[in-house]
Design a protein around this ligand. Sequence first.
Ligand SMILES: Cc1cc2nc3c(=O)[nH]c(=O)nc-3n(C[C@H](O)[C@H](O)[C@H](O)COP(=O)(O)O)c2cc1C
Length: 393
Amino acid sequence: MLTRRTAVRNLGLFLAGSPLLEAQHDLTNKGERLPAIDELVNVLDFEPVCKSRIPNNSYDFISAGVDNEWTLRRNRQAFERITFRRRMLADTSKMDLSITLFGQKAEMPIFIAPTSSHQMVHQEGELATARAAAQVKTIMLVSSISSYPIEEIAAAAPHPLWFQLYPDADEDGTRERVERALAAGCKLVCLTVDNPYRFQSERLERNRMSTGGQPGDAGSAARRRRTPEQQAPNRYLLRPTPTSRLTWSFLDQLRSWSKAPLLVKGILTAEDAGRSLEHGADGVVVSNHGGRLLDGDPATIEVLEEIVNAVGGKIPVLVDSGFRRGTDVLKALALGAKAVLVGRPPLWGLGAYGQAGVARVMELLQAELARAMGLSGCPNLASINRALVRAAP
Ligand SMILES: Cc1cc2nc3c(=O)[nH]c(=O)nc-3n(C[C@H](O)[C@H](O)[C@H](O)COP(=O)(O)O)c2cc1C
C-alpha cells in the first residue's frame, strides 16, 4: 500500500535522480539559485553565475589581471574609441558567418582561446568545452595545461581541435608533446610566446596567504607540504618559464618537426609579426594574454591594424583579449583580423552550466555578430572592410 511516507520518499528519490537537480549541483554549494540559462541575455551575464558556483580562488585565478589590472581594463575600454560607419540598403536578408581557416571550417569567426585546467570550474573540464565547440561548430584551441590528456579531449570532440603549445624545459619533452597532439588529431600548433615569466596576480597572492593554496589546493594541508621557497611571497621571486630560454630560431625547429600549420600567439608589434613571418609562421595571434602578463601592454584592438599592415595579407592575423560582444568582434574584423578568440567567456559558461553554458556563450556572440553585420550592410565576412570603422583620435 502506498503510504504518505512512501510517496514522499519516492518523490525524493525521483527528484534526486532528475536532470534538473543534477544541473543544480555545483562545486562549492554556495547555495545560490541557479538561473535558467535562458534568463542570461548576454555573455557578461555568465560571469556572476559562474562566480557563484566555483571556489573563490578559482574565480580569482580566471578573472585576475596583473598588477593594477590596467591592461585588463584597457582591453575593454579601447573598444569605446572605435565607432561604425555602417552602410545601408545592402541585401542582408541572408547572413553567412562561416569561415575556413587553415583548412578547417567554422560557423563563426569566433574561436575558443586556449585556457588552462578547465576542471577548475567544472568536473567535465575540457571534455565539455570540446563537445560544446563541436556543437556550435567552432574551433577550440586546447591548452598545453589541460585537465584531461589531449587524447581524451580529442576523442570527446567530433570536430578537429587546435593545440596550444607551451614548450617543456627539455626539447624531447616539447617534441613529444607536439607529436602526441598531432597523433590525437589536432590540426594546428599554436605556440604561445608572450610568457617568458609566469603570471603573477596580487589577488591570488592575497588568497594564497589567507588560504595557503592556489586553485585546487586543499588549504592548510597543501601549505604544510610547501617548501620554504614556495611559501615565500610570490612577489619576491622571478618565475621564469621554459619560454624564457627560447629565441626566434625555435620556430624553425618547430617547423622541422611537423608540417601542421603554425600559429604564433602573443604578438604585440609589427616587428615581431614580421619575425614570425620570416620564421615560417602561418598566422599570428595578437594577444596580451587577457591582461595577465605585463601591465602597460596596450589593448590588442589598438595595435591590431599595425600588425595587419605589417604582414600585408601574407598570413592571417587573429586577435584576442577583452572581446565580450559581437560588436567588439566586428570592429576587429573591420581592422583586418580574420578571427577572434575568447578566453574567459567560455570558462564562465562552463563554470555556470557545463557544456550547455559554453555553447550558449558562443551562440550569443555569434548572434550578436550576425546582427551587427546585418545592420552594417555586411551579409558575410568577405564584405567587411576597413571603411566600416573610424577610430577616435
Ligand atoms: C584562466 C586563464 C588561463 C589561460 N591559460 C592559457 C594557456 O594555457 N595558454 C595560452 O596560450 N593562453 C592562456 N590564457 C590566455 C588566453 O588564451 C587568452 O589570450 C586570453 O584569455 C584572452 O583574453 P580574454 O580572457 O579577455 O578573452 C589564459 C587566460 C586565462 C584567463
